[in-house]
Design a binder for this molecule. Structure first.
Ligand code: HEC
Length: 304
């Protein structure tokens, strides 16, 4: 190879392998985890991914000290700029409900980091290391909110947004669907309704299925098998989804709805129950009696 020593070459191979492993795990993260984190934590993931892709770039580049190849200057300047644009966080909630596109976005960011470091190292040997440090610093700075425009999505700042959600007027007549937080959550819920198979048993247009329709469910009284009646509040809906065996509705078979949704929606892996709440927001938008009683709560730690 063109390296001065075999030892140096070996180091590059090791760097490339470590970098590739880190980068690939960052790129595929959107497919593996559906739990929503804060935007800051997510930018730290970007930083780790950029570091991995950058190390891969260093491993691949054959920068030689003192040998300047000016053709690499422009890629080294432009790639980080494109990477920054790809981190524009305007529709985080939307990205979370479109994991494949989110993965493509991560792929773009990683490729930009790879190209930036490779180009810098090819431009002047050693400069790739500086580029690597700068890229990671840039992503970490984004995590601190620096240089990142506050996007329109309320999920960018879960604290503030949840407070905004709590202050929202009770949704009547599906009005909450027009407010942005509810619309964003409900869009995610609608997606989950399809991807998690709820639609196989629950219609959203009033048609009777294996299970009750979700149209005009939230806020309406539910007849139970033991003769009692319960209002479909948030607590009621939450329990029906997480523990369908606990309450038996009149006119519907018990034990048919899978009890397995609990692990996918709540529990230690989903402490904020974001996906569960998204589904309940969606159910709310389908009812003309949804109101405060059926709206998911604001977690205690972010109440004003
Ligand atoms: C295999 C069929 C099936 C699937 C799939 C299914 N459900 Fe159900 N669901 C039922 C049945 C049956 C009931 C009534 C249970 C009872 O009587 O206790 C029910 C009840 C409910 C209720 C209470 C409805 C009411 O009228 O009070 C909610 C809410 C609910 N399901 C949500 C969901 C969600 C969310 C999903 C997807 C993540 C889902 N279900 C998937 C069959 C299903």
């Amino acid at each position: 190879m063109t390296d001065r020593t075999g030892q140096f070459h070996g180091l590059r191979v090791v760097l490339a392998i470590i970098g590739a492993v880190i980068a690939v795990s960052g790129i595929t993260a959107p497919l593996l985890s559906h739990e929503m984190t804060t935007i800051a934590a997510h930018h730290l993931l970007h930083a780790g991914m950029a570091a991995g892709a950058g190390l891969l770039g260093l491993g691949l580049a054959r920068g030689r000290r003192g040998l300047e190849r000016s053709g690499w200057l422009w890629p080294a300047v432009i790639a980080p700029a494109i990477g920054l644009v790809l981190m524009w966080p305007s529709e985080y909630a939307w990205l979370m409900s479109h994991p494949w596109l989110h993965m493509l976005d991560h792929l773009g960011i990683a490729l930009c980091a790879l190209l930036a470091v490779y180009a810098a190292q090819s431009y002047v040997g050693g400069l790739g290391w500086l580029m690597l440090v700068l890229l990671v610093a840039m992503d970490a700075a984004c995590a601190g909110g620096f240089g990142v425009a506050p996007g329109p999505s309320f999920l960018l700042e879960p604290g503030k947004s949840a407070v905004a959600m709590a202050n929202m007027t009770p949704s009547t007549g599906g009005k909450s669907a027009t407010s942005r937080p509810a619309a964003t959550m409900s869009a995610m819920g609608s997606k989950l309704y399809q991807t998690m198979g709820c639609g196989g048993c629950h219609s959203v247009d009033g048609t009777k299925g294996v299970g009750p329709t979700w149209k005009n469910l939230a806020g309406y009284p539910q007849k139970l098998k033991d003769g009692k009646v319960a209002i479909a509040s948030y607590q009621f809906l939450r329990m029906m989804i997480l523990d369908p065996g606990k309450i038996d509705l009149a006119g519907y078979p018990q034990g048919v709805m899978p009890a397995s949704y609990r692990t996918a929606l709540a529990g230690p892996r989903h402490p904020h129950e974001t996906r569960l709440n998204a589904i309940i927001w969606y159910i709310n938008t389908l009812s003309n009696r949804a109101g405060k009683v059926s709206e998911p709560p604001v977690p205690d730690e972010i109440k004003p």
